[in-house]
Design a protein around this ligand. Structure first.
Ligand SMILES: Nc1ncnc2c1ncn2[C@@H]1O[C@H](COP(=O)(O)OP(=O)(O)O)[C@@H](O)[C@H]1O
Ligand SMILES: O=P(O)(O)OC[C@H]1O[C@](O)(COP(=O)(O)O)[C@@H](O)[C@@H]1O
Ligand SMILES: [Mg+2]
Length: 471
């Protein structure tokens, strides 16, 4: 085998500061690949659609806010069917795998991948890989047909099963090669997309005609570049039920406090949007915005004030919020899951305990605190209507991209348009709530909670006092 092909980013520059962060193509490392007419042009459903095929040069800007002097900036390749395809239907052996934690919509994506392959392109061989990445080499596969996936979108979870850990690039690519798979659709979060990138690099090194396509799944909405992940809307909607229950409980008891923990390891999007949607939440705590409990501007002072004013309050806390405070009081074990993700302490339980201790010590009022942890219930529901539509578009775009010979990309929504994003952009960082952005300011003005920003000045003042005292 020759030297490994170059896998540097494909950057195309145009006029007025235009930059296209392009995705790899099979033709980049396999010369003289034959092309075929897209079978969609004979499909009655599409022949009536004017300009159904996407122009080869179409791209979507990453930033749409501009002024008259702004450069055109970074763009991504627009997703959609191309006039020419690089696979003949009978030659395609597709595979679908789901990895990582559950997320509403996984089954819809599986269903729509199968249906798009069958109905749009006439592909009849679609394999489901059982149990995540390790399923490529340690489990059985199942054959997927439009009939077998017909109503799976009505169920939560994934019919294929999922797992953490077990990513062995060589074994996975050996299995892809042995099974004659030439289109791999990998549905998963940040860890999964990292794994997909490694698979793509190995496939490219072996110069195989195999398209590797990622579909971003993350209930936490922590994947960068894309507008949002599928399942996020459903999670926010489902969280309303828990917040509502917490509110009913809090309202009905004397000095009632409802605490709801929502998912979000490093990104507090579910907590933020669920709070904004609900209007019953008095305080939302997320990993990106450090908070403190005691003293002026702290959570205890705020809770006391709200209880005096309203007689009840609701706190929403993201699972990754205040982890530094929790580790100060509970000895942290630094445990990890099979994929290497840090296992977090239960911040909901911790904060509930701290609030109870505070009011017991203060003796100013008797409180009634109820802690609700709906996290796995939220993750297990089927996707709602808007997520179902979104999953369909993501899956169809992924299939169009693979058939057109693109590879090493994630199918994602950017500024409301379907795009193909190179793996390296998806795995380079995490999407987080920017607390200096307007959305967080909107939340603060909606809840009227403390911003906890005086924490730093209080600490600094304290330190200054200590230093002065020493002199
Ligand atoms: N850096 C990495 N390189 C290769 N594979 C990875 C990497 N990180 C995670 N994976 C694999 O991706 C899969 C899912 O990762 P995980 O972090 O559990 O979930 P998610 O993809 O939802 O973030 C696991 O099988 C894991 O082994
Ligand atoms: O208990 P599990 O299955 O490891 O999942 C818990 C984690 O999964 C998530 O829901 C999503 O994480 P991933 O996207 O990495 O799968 C996190 O919010 C949560 O910490
Ligand atoms: Mg993850």
């Amino acid at each position: 085998m020759g030297s490994s092909p170059n896998s540097k980013p494909k950057i195309v520059r145009g006029t007025a500061g235009y930059v296209l962060e392009d995705v790899p193509h099979l033709a980049d490392y396999i010369p003289d690949l034959p092309t075929y007419s897209n079978p969609l042009q004979n499909n009655p459903a599409y022949s009536v659609v004017k300009q159904y095929f996407v122009h080869v040069d179409d791209s979507v800007p990453q930033k749409i806010i501009a002024n008259k002097d702004s450069p055109r900036g970074i763009h991504f390749r627009r997703a959609g069917p191309r006039q020419k395809v690089y696979f003949e239907a009978d030659d395609v052996q597709a595979a679908i795998v789901t990895c990582g934690g559950l997320c509403p919509g996984l089954n819809t994506v599986i269903r729509e991948l199968v249906c798009a392959l069958y109905h749009m392109y006439g592909v009849k061989k679609v394999l489901g890989i059982n149990g995540g990445y390790k399923g490529f080499y340690a489990h059985n596969t199942i054959s997927l047909t439009p009939k077998s996936v017909n109503d799976i979108h009505k169920r939560g979870g994934t019919i294929l099963g999922s797992s953490r850990g077990g990513h062995d690039t060589t074994k996975i690519v050996d299995s892809i090669q042995d099974r004659g798979i030439n289109q791999v659709f990998i549905i998963g979060g940040d860890g999964t997309q990292r794994g997909a990138d490694r698979i793509f690099e190995e496939i490219r090194r072996r110069r195989l005609k195999v398209a590797v396509v990622g579909i971003p799944k993350t209930i936490d909405n922590d994947i960068p570049v894309i507008d949002k992940s599928f399942g996020f809307d459903t999670a926010v909607e489902e969280a309303q039920r828990a917040i509502n229950a917490a509110h009913v409980e809090a309202e009905s008891g004397e000095n009632g406090i409802g605490v709801v923990k929502l998912m979000g390891r490093y990104s507090g999007f579910i907590a933020m949007y669920a709070t904004l949607a609900s209007r019953d939440v008095d305080c939302c705590l997320i990993p990106e915005s450090p908070f403190y409990l005691e003293g002026p501007g702290g959570l205890f002072e705020f809770a006391e004030k709200r209880l005096k004013e309203n007689g009840h309050m609701v706190i929403v806390i993201a699972e990754g919020a205040g982890q530094e405070l929790v580790s100060e009081s509970i000895q942290s074990m630094h445990k990890q899951d099979a994929s290497g993700n840090k296992l977090l302490q239960d911040v909901g339980l911790w904060i509930s305990q701290k609030i109870k201790e505070y009011f017991t010590k203060q003796k100013t009022m008797n409180i009634n605190l109820k802690y609700i942890d709906p996290t796995y219930m939220i993750r297990a529901v089927p996707s709602n209507a808007s997520d179902n539509v979104y999953c369909t578009l993501l899956a169809q775009s992924a299939v169009h991209g693979a058939m057109a010979g693109y590879t090493g990309f994630t199918s994602g929504l950017v500024n409301g348009r379907q795009t193909y994003i190179p793996f390296y952009r998806i795995i380079e960082g995490q999407n987080k709530v920017v607390i200096t952005d307007r959305m967080w300011a909107r939340l603060l003005s909606s809840t009227n909670q403390p911003s906890f920003t005086i924490c730093k000045s209080v600490t600094e003042e304290k330190r200054e006092e200590e230093t002065t005292g020493e002199q």
